[in-house]
Write a protein that binds this ligand. Structure first.
Ligand code: F6R
Length: 257
């Protein structure tokens, strides 16, 4: 069972569809089945995927569902939304490691169908250009999956950053540096990130914004009710023509009824 509502913004006619699920597991099943539907609809889809705790179950279910239903993922292309600068891909806290562990290896995605930022590169601007060129050459992102940071960030598009940016390197917010420690086994210096830009996220044909757990209730309330601005980047999806926000009940605690 889930409840659904639409958020209309006063200044535009577009809206974001909000769907609240009893629990994270049900949310993940729903999101995973929609990912699969995207593959069926467009087998060569370009997926842009966040890492983090929120989408883990969705990706794992997507992988197992694809196997069970024999849906062929081999023509899809996957890009990682972001990466910690200075963190190696074999560090279990990296976005790289996460996506391999929770999706690419489970679903047998070939390396030729994956592009991730190299956070260890000494030429980060070139990394951004590679990502921008790739997104452009594929005609834009078909399906974007993001989580919401405790400060409302999307990828590493931190509060206050321009919504017109393409891929860029960013100085991480203090909140992101602190919250990000949860992914690492020991205290880790997290000063910069590299991320797909908000302009590319907003140009995605479809966007899924996921949030789960009681810790997200405060920021989700702000995402759904504050003025649309890059002070809380996730609010921008309220003017995206095809964005869906999937919440579990704890994250939706303060959402409109
Ligand atoms: C990670 C990313 C971040 C996370 C956000 C929420 O690739 O893009 O923006 O989505 O910080 O993280 P979790 O899901 O761990 O709460």
């Amino acid at each position: 069972m889930s409840r659904k509502f639409e958020l209309r913004s006063v200044d535009t006619k577009v809206y974001m569809q909000v769907q609240v699920f009893k629990e994270e597991e049900v949310l993940a099943q729903h999101a995973a089945s929609l990912l699969l539907e995207q593959v069926r609809k467009k087998p060569d889809s370009l997926f842009c995927l966040a890492s983090g705790d929120t989408p883990r179950k969705t990706y794992r279910l997507f992988s197992s569902l694809a196997k069970k239903t024999a849906v062929d993922l081999s023509n899809c292309f996957f890009i990682g939304l972001d990466e910690w600068v200075g963190i190696s891909p074999d560090n279990s806290g990296s976005c790289h490691f996460f996506l391999h562990e929770n999706l690419f290896s489970l679903a047998d995605i070939s390396a030729s169908k994956i592009h991730l930022f190299d956070g260890m590169s000494s030429a980060l601007e070139a990394e951004c250009k590679k990502m921008n060129d790739l997104i452009e050459s594929k005609g834009g992102i078909d399906l974007l999956v993001v989580g919401v940071g405790m400060n409302g960030h999307i990828g590493f598009n931190e509060p206050g950053v321009s919504e017109h940016h393409l891929a860029h390197v960013v100085a991480l917010d203090r909140t992101t540096q602190q919250v990000g420690q949860k992914y690492f086994t020991g205290e880790t210096k997290l000063e910069k990130g590299i991320t797909v830009g908000m302009a590319q996220c907003m140009a995605a044909r479809t966007a899924f914004v996921l949030a789960t757990g009681p810790r997200k209730a405060g920021i989700i309330h702000q995402v759904l009710s504050s003025e649309i601005s890059m002070d809380i980047p996730a609010t921008l999806f309220r003017k995206h023509p095809n964005a869906f926000i999937f919440l579990d009940e704890p994250a939706a605690e303060n959402a409109p009824a």
